[in-house]
Design a protein. Structure first.
Lengths: 311, 321, 324
């Protein structure tokens, strides 16, 4: 029996946990976590890191256009790490700023999907009956369409309702809404499954007996015990959301050229691929690949680490 | 002494039909399971009333109806003169309910694994907006744990310690009746002894009344002041432990007592009981025990026996004497 | 003296973990003779099931046998692997588990499972196997065996399923049956039926049985000899009557005294203070000393005494007059 009086803090418990132990011993987890951190930090601090602000017309010089990576420009003699595009924008800087948009859209869309899915999953799992039937049938129907089509549909409808002058401003938010709405189903399914298991446990009966309201039981008792699978799905969804956003932007229905995401950059770069300016496409594509892959690998590892059956 | 709890004609029917669509497609009727059927009993204040029965006897369902986790289909539960089924005044019902607490069977499932012990124990009080300062620490010491355990999580405790935490939680709102649903059947023998002793001590200290629900006859004999034997949702016999164990009247009670393994019965060779518990969706006619009963006659197949007084016992059997 | 059917010598099982190697079974030795029921009793975590699983080679990795020997009918079986071990299970060792559903394949009829097992292990024709399967089901007391042989496991009640499992465990006529908590999931009245069945069949056929349970009452009624385990070690070994009436190990005595008995009336139950040590924090010397009322310095320091000849693994066994 320990005589320690002080409660262990969260951080201390985390450092001693099996989870952190497994993390330290997994090269895949360490590398992908490092890559994700590097990319996220450089996106967040893009204004500090980027040599130029690619969206400030004052800093642009058309003469710098089409400079290959690490070669001095024929006219101005300027050298760029990853070259420049047709308008003389530094590709490195555009990637940093583009990643910001991509990550922001991805994270916000997943958060939106997560909140929506958790609430609907909890409600359908806890109350059952007609509520559950309706929610889960809607989810089933939505699953029969590819999520990118659902996102395009929502994007199209929402765009139709937005006044023309606000379209560019609103595009990002519409994008988040579209990707989020196409993605809530898996959260709802997982949370519903966990709720069905947890609500029959005796600690829930104990809480019901002392007269706690259904919402208090769902949020305070059941949700914390359903969070690990949600975390796994959120991570994997993040990778998918980033790709979905890139796909939409690549198809020209996503982020506007005034606020380009990685997908927009790839679309722009694609036009120059066959005329030899490969770097305009290549580097944004590599960044997208690295981002999506490392988030995905991290999610896969999380799933294994949090799955008690595999431990 | 007065009856603290009075249960009259308690009945619970579960709808166990398949979903609507399956019924239509397969041409099935609705199916109902009578888990508890017309049960009467009274619990005196500061005593332990035990409900014994095998699986499917409805003992846990009765406990859940008493604490309000399930609503009875028919019948009444009266606590301290307040009829919990018909009382119109919501405040009086809430007051009576807060006097009833429950201890569950599985100490691993009955504590929320994400909560600290302190929050678990004071939840019954905190949920009603009561003062919880130092309460968890005080209760933990009362159930034989350390005040410093309040900051830990359930997984840091063994099964017996968890059951102590459950007891501490059930005491938090200062209840007068605690429904104990198989409180020790998930525990090892040596730990069971610790928990049973603790329950006895707390009963004396706080003047508690227990409804003990269990299948374990040794525990019942040790703890109970009065015992009700359930078979297929019906009360078949009721008596004090001495009478019940020495002169069981109902054939089912007799069978149960002879079948229970005994520590002093080395290599005992008794004819084991015959048959198994019937399907509660389609219970036998008349007395539910008649297909297994060695002395059953025609009247047992036709009429359900009523509870009648017989010497110091009450028994629901046409033929017992 | 004839060779015992099963002989376990100094068996140890190790599991490597983050906090170091733990030994859920530590130096356990016992024999089971022909037609004998050995009860292995202990509380959860005592290592009783782990020892049974070691015998049938069903330890889950990373748990492994780290020392000792297991002999079955004069043949050493602990080094056997894969195919050899699989042939041994079913043919020479029958198994009965707590939950009958896990030992029956839900997709096959019980008749298929019985005949399949017999055809694998016995030189008989399919027709013969079916006849013997019906006979086996009749023997375990399944009414209308000839009609019910083509039923699926879910069509039986819990007690009937456990009877089928017993028929399955015995159908290849093994010399040893390992029954791990065979009645824990069953009701009292059904439990009595199953125990009486197990006893009758094994005594009739001379099958050796290792009956693993936490229930002293079951041991008292069914077993001939009993091995009491505590924290992975053998605490006491002897005939049921000796061990249960005049226990020599203070742990056995504590276990007996903490069971509510009719004769004790309603006085306070005896308590063993504390809890079984966790495997990561095994005390030095005798594992029971922190909870033992009679512990002395020798118990704290010296390793366990040899248990081969003495009945109890205790430096200071209790005398009969101390017990009452």
């Amino acid at each position: 029996m320990t005589t320690e009086v002080k409660d262990k803090g969260r951080w201390q418990r985390f450092l001693e946990s099996d989870f952190f132990y497994a993390f330290k011993r997994s090269p895949v987890a360490l590398v992908s976590f490092a890559v994700v951190c590097l990319l996220v930090l450089s996106a967040v601090f893009a204004p500090l890191i980027a040599p130029t602000n690619p969206f400030d017309p004052a800093s642009l010089n058309l003469m710098d256009g089409f400079t290959p990576p690490l070669e001095p420009n024929a006219f101005t003699g300027n050298t760029f790490l990853l070259g420049t595009d047709d308008q003389g924008r530094d590709v490195f800087s555009t990637i940093l700023y583009g990643m910001r948009v991509s990550l922001f859209v991805g994270v916000a869309a997943v958060l939106f999907a997560m909140v929506l899915g958790i609430v609907l999953g909890l409600v359908s799992g806890y109350f059952g009956g007609w509520t559950e039937t309706i929610i889960m049938r809607v989810a089933d129907v939505q699953l029969t369409f590819p999520s990118i089509l659902v996102a395009m549909l929502i994007f199209g409808v929402a765009k139709g309702f937005t006044p023309v002058e606000y379209r560019d401003q609103m595009a990002i938010w519409v994008l988040i809404l579209a990707i989020g709405l196409s993605d809530w189903v898996q959260f709802a399914r997982v949370v519903r499954g966990a709720t069905l298991v947890e609500k029959n446990k005796e600690y829930v009966a104990a809480a019901r007996m002392i007269g706690r309201s259904p919402w208090a039981i769902m949020i305070k008792h059941i949700l914390p015990n359903a969070l690990s699978p949600v975390l796994v799905i959120a991570t994997i969804s993040l990778a998918l959301a980033i790709i979905a956003e890139a796909t939409l932007s690549f198809l020209g229905v996503g982020a506007p050229p005034t606020q380009p995401s990685l997908g927009t950059l790839i679309r722009i770069g694609q036009g120059f691929l066959f005329s030899g300016e490969w770097w305009i496409l290549f580097f944004p594509a590599c960044t997208l690949l690295a981002l999506a892959l490392s988030v995905n690998l991290l999610g896969d590892w999380l799933r294994d680490a949090l799955n008690p059956r595999l431990r | 002494m007065s009856a603290y709890v009075t249960v009259r004609g308690l009945t619970r029917v579960f709808d166990v039909s398949k979903p609507w669509l399956n019924r239509v497609l397969e041409g099935r009727k609705k199916a109902f399971l009578t888990a508890v059927s017309d049960v009467d009993f009274e619990i005196e204040e500061r005593t332990t009333y035990a409900l014994v029965g095998e699986s499917g006897s409805g003992k846990s369902t009765i406990g859940k109806m008493l604490v309000g986790l399930l609503n009875p289909s028919e019948g009444n539960v009266e606590v301290e003169g307040v009829n919990l089924m018909t009382e119109a005044d919501a405040d009086r019902i809430a007051a009576s309910r807060s006097n009833i607490q429950m201890i569950f069977q599985d100490p691993y499932a009955s504590l929320n694994p994400r909560w600290r012990v302190r929050d678990i124990i004071v939840e019954p009080v905190a949920a009603q907006g009561g003062k919880t300062e130092g309460l968890a620490e005080k209760l933990l010491e009362q159930v034989g744990l350390h005040a410093s355990d309040a900051g830990k999580f359930p997984h840091e405790f063994s099964g017996g310690q968890r059951q102590r935490i459950c007891i501490a939680r059930s005491l938090a709102s200062e209840p007068r009746l605690i429904v104990c649903d198989e409180p020790t059947s998930a525990l090892d023998v040596s730990v069971q002894a610790q928990v049973l002793n603790l329950m006895s001590d707390l009963k004396d200290e706080f003047g508690l009344t227990y409804l003990l629900i269990t299948h374990d006859l040794t525990v019942v004999r040790h703890m109970a002041d009065r015992i009700g034997v359930l078979y297929l949702g019906r009360l078949v016999e009721e008596a004090d432990p001495e009478t019940l164990f020495n002169t069981p009247k109902h054939p089912y009670t007799q069978m149960l007592l002879s079948a229970a393994p005994r520590m002093d019965a080395f290599g005992r060779e008794v004819p084991p009981p015959q048959g198994e518990i019937p399907d509660p969706i389609d219970p036998p006619s008349g007395c539910a025990f008649h297909p297994r009963c060695p002395i059953a006659t025609d009247v047992c197949r036709k009429d359900r026996p009523a509870m009648r007084a017989l010497a110091a016992s009450k028994v629901a059997c046409h033929l017992a004497e | 003296m004839t060779t015992p059917v099963l002989s376990i010598r100094n068996l140890s099982v190790e599991i490597p973990t983050r906090q170091g190697i733990v030994k859920p079974v530590d130096g356990v030795s016992y024999d089971v003779g022909k037609g004998e029921i050995l009860g292995v009793v202990g509380e959860s975590g005592a290592g009783k099931s782990m020892a049974g699983n070691a015998v049938i080679g069903l330890l889950n990795a990373p748990a492994h046998i780290s020392g000792g020997e297991i002999w079955l009918n004069g043949r050493r079986i602990d080094p056997l692997k894969g195919e050899d071990m699989r042939r041994l299970r079913g043919k020479e060792i029958g198994m009965i588990f707590q939950d009958p559903l896990t030992s029956l394949n839900p997709l096959l009829t019980i008749g298929d499972q019985l005949t399949e097992t017999m055809l694998t292990h016995l030189p008989i024709s399919r027709k013969e196997a079916r006849e013997r399967a019906i006979a086996a089901l009749e023997e375990v007391g399944i009414p209308g065996a000839a009609e019910r042989i083509d039923s699926y496991p879910h069509e039986f009640s819990g007690g009937m399923r456990q009877r089928v499992v017993i028929a399955l465990a015995l159908c290849a006529e093994p010399s040893l049956v390992i029954a791990d908590e065979p009645t824990t999931a069953l009701d009292v009245s059904v439990q009595a039926q199953i125990i009486s069945l197990l006893k009758r069949l094994c005594h009739e056929r001379g099958t050796a049985v290792m009956l693993i349970t936490h229930d002293m009452g079951v041991i008292a009624e069914a077993a001939d000899r009993v091995a009491v385990m505590y924290a992975g070690r053998l605490a006491e070994l002897g005939t049921v009557r000796d061990v249960l009436t005049v226990p020599q190990h203070p742990y056995t005595h504590g276990l007996m005294a903490s069971t509510p008995l009719a004769s004790q009336g309603r006085k306070r139950l005896h308590q063993i203070p504390g809890a079984m040590p966790r495997l990561h924090h095994m005390p030095d010397g005798c594992a029971f000393h922190p909870r033992c009322p009679h512990a002395r310095d020798k118990c704290r320091a010296a390793p366990l005494p040899p248990v081969a000849n003495e009945r109890a693994a205790c430096w200071f066994p209790m005398l009969p007059e101390e017990v009452q």
